[in-house]
Design a protein around this ligand. Structure first.
Ligand code: SF4
Length: 349
């Protein structure tokens, strides 16, 4: 009998703390979820059973909701949700589209982040230390302790810096944090935010590493339907305008493939498009393939750069020098000594 855990989970060296099915439904990426299915004798063949229809429908819903940039928040039937997660992994693998895989992984990380934050705020000390040990320590080698006041958490400065250096907001700069005795003090939300990217990568790599035996027809049919529905959204559409500077073209290509674009490149793209007079609506939709796309947040950010929100300052397109320093310049001979992307093509005209 082939067991589900054989392809989805690496039964390895996690510590022996037992978790309830409620925890496994919230954190189904833990190897213990695979152990749970193995112990229940749930094998690959069971996926063919007629009563699996509910799980397969839920899994399809989970993939569609999450790829659409929203959070799948059902948690009413623990065992069903553990299975739903596993079937949704099979579907994403079977769909075989990189942007779908990235979006799904990020959305699952956000879902787990929400539960983890709630649990850290609510649980007693013993439950908290079990969570620290199981998730932060085992999965991410991040040592966390509850601070003396029981509300904040302590993270070693080196661990903090290695993760927060990817965040751009001022509040994550070490100078703006409470630091004492070699530790940074964080609240529950901040502590969990620190591992969001790693959670997403963990789920992404789990799916990448899966090798599927023949997929049950019912799951394959659902995956095929989802692929047909999602494919037009991710087809690479080269922009009709060929006059964009190489740095902007590159950013559009990365976006078109559904890959992640660094924050500074996103700013460059938006400020450039604003400068040439593109409407905000059109600019917002240029980001729709980004793995973390959220229309509301993107709109706010574009309007902020346009001077319509927040400080009401309209941001300029970064200079070529600045873009070169950030490795965002892909100059060709046509750039011909310009100092800002906005000048691209003017000489020719
Ligand atoms: S030289 Fe300027 S316009 Fe040309 S690719 Fe580099 S940053 Fe863009």
């Amino acid at each position: 009998m082939a067991f589900l855990w054989q392809f989805s989970y690496d039964i390895s060296n996690l510590s022996s703390i037992r978790m309830g099915t409620g925890d496994l439904a919230k954190y189904p990426f833990l190897n213990e979820a695979g152990e749970y299915l193995r112990d229940s004798g749930f094998g690959w063949e069971e996926l063919e059973r007629p009563d699996m229809k509910d799980v397969i429908d839920r899994a399809a819903e989970r993939v569609e909701v999450e790829v659409g940039g929203n959070m799948y928040d059902k948690l009413d039937r623990y065992e069903i949700e553990i299975l739903t997660f596993l079937v949704s992994l099979i579907m994403v693998k079977s769909i075989g589209m990189e942007p779908v895989l990235r979006k799904f992984s990020l959305a699952e990380a956000r879902r787990a982040e929400k539960f983890l934050t709630e649990d850290l705020k609510r649980q007693n000390e013993m439950q908290k230390s079990s969570l620290f040990s199981k998730i932060f320590d085992d999965l991410f080698k991040l040592k966390i302790d509850a601070a003396e006041n029981g509300r904040l958490f302590k993270v070693r400065v080196t661990d903090y810096l290695s993760r927060s250096s990817h965040f751009h907001e001022q509040e994550w700069k070490l100078i703006n944090r409470l630091v004492h005795g070699g530790s940074v003090y964080l609240d529950a939300d901040e502590t969990v935010r620190l591992v969001r990217n790693e959670l997403s990568v963990l789920i992404y790599e789990k799916i990448k590493a899966m090798t599927l035996p023949t997929i049950p027809q019912t799951i394959k049919a659902k995956a095929d339907t989802l692929r047909a529905k999602l494919a037009p959204r991710y087809e690479y559409r080269p922009t009709a305008v060929t006059d964009y500077p190489p740095c902007v073209k590159h950013a559009l290509e990365v976006m078109g493939k559904g890959e992640n674009l660094p924050h500074s490149a996103r700013v460059m793209l938006a400020t450039y498009m604003l400068a040439i007079g593109k409407p905000v609506d059109e600019i917002v939709m240029m980001y729709e393939n980004a793995p973390d796309f959220n229309e509301k947040i993107t709109r706010y950010q574009v309007e902020h750069l346009a001077g319509m929100k927040g400080s009401r300052t309209k941001y300029s397109v970064p200079s070529c020098d600045k873009l070169r320093n950030e490795n965002l310049c892909f100059a060709t001979v046509e750039c011909d000594g310009i100092i800002n992307p906005i000048q691209f093509g003017r000489k020719r005209k």
